[in-house]
Design a binder for this molecule. Sequence first.
Ligand code: GDP
Length: 366
Amino acid sequence: MLRAGIVGLPNVGKSTLFNAITKSAALAANYPFATIDPNVGVVTLKDQRLDVLATMYKSGRIVPTTVEFIDIAGLVKGASKGEGLGNQFLSHIRDVDTICQVVRLFKDDNIIHVEGSVDPLRDIDIIQLELNIADYDTVMKRIPKIEKKAKTAGNPEEKEEFEVLSKIKQSLEDNVPIRLMDLSDNEKAIIKSYNFLSAKAMIYIANVSESEIRTIESNPVYQRLVEKGQQESADVVYISAQIESELAQLDDEEKEMFMAELGLHEAGLDQLIRTTYHRLGLETYFTAGPMEARAWTFRKGMTAPQCAGIIHSDFERGFIRAETVAYDDLIKHGSYLAAKEAGRVRQEGKDYLVKDGDVMLFKFNV
Ligand code: GDP
């Protein structure tokens, strides 16, 4: 499963947000998975299409898909030099696919800001620098080991690796994280196994005051954060960790009432989950029948047999074909049968690239 790691400076609201995540995870009905690791929160992705399918197929139960968040506490200035939990912390980031960085926008004189004032762009720079330094150290350790070979004829692999690492070294010296470098697919493949920290996709989570949440989009500090996000194609979402931790304890009906009171359309947490899902390159296909309606997560670009393999490896091994209808077509025609009569149900083979919203029925040999 792909994972997102929550990081941020101390006192920005990470634990408050993570508690909201784990509380809402505990409430998620029908989820056949109990986390034992207190640093992992598995949350369900809200998807109305699944509810519509369940009604259409009179499904006995609904199984939504999920996203996994990891709480990575302990990042302080100097982590790359061993301050705080230091390297231990950095190695936890290595294991995640996307970094969700909580930045503090809320003002509260009772809660100390480690840097003395509320300034999200400065906080982002502090964390980015730690990630860059950690990668720089990795590169500087590796380069001397391969340099000699790379410069001797007949070692194309070392030569290629040396060239990419030299490029990265320069970029990090210019304070540009790897994720913002213009690397070819081949170069990316060469460095994949390093799991560089600054190469990971980034989502900025602005933690804003309860009293400011409705007007936050016109707040100049928030606007600068959004601009930064646009410049580096990072997503920016805002939440009030405090509101989320209250929302997480309510059932759906109470939640809606509380949100209406606050003038919110969508819980920040749901928006964060959705953004993370897309940032991870994930999409959803469905299976539906009288027993259950279920959402399955796949990585964009996966073929029909690979998607079948998510349900069970036997489905992939014995894959014959997939009977597929796009969700929108199914809804337009009102039933599977009507969609079939209209020629909207397709028979797809092993090269078919599954699309978000496909309703799938796999045919396979056992
Ligand atoms: P962490 O160190 O980043 O994990 O931060 P915590 O989640 O422990 O939060 C630090 C303090 O800030 C706690 O006392 C929280 O109650 C408080 N806090 C977190 N989010 C908010 C918020 O949105 N508004 C206000 N006023 N306080 C918050």
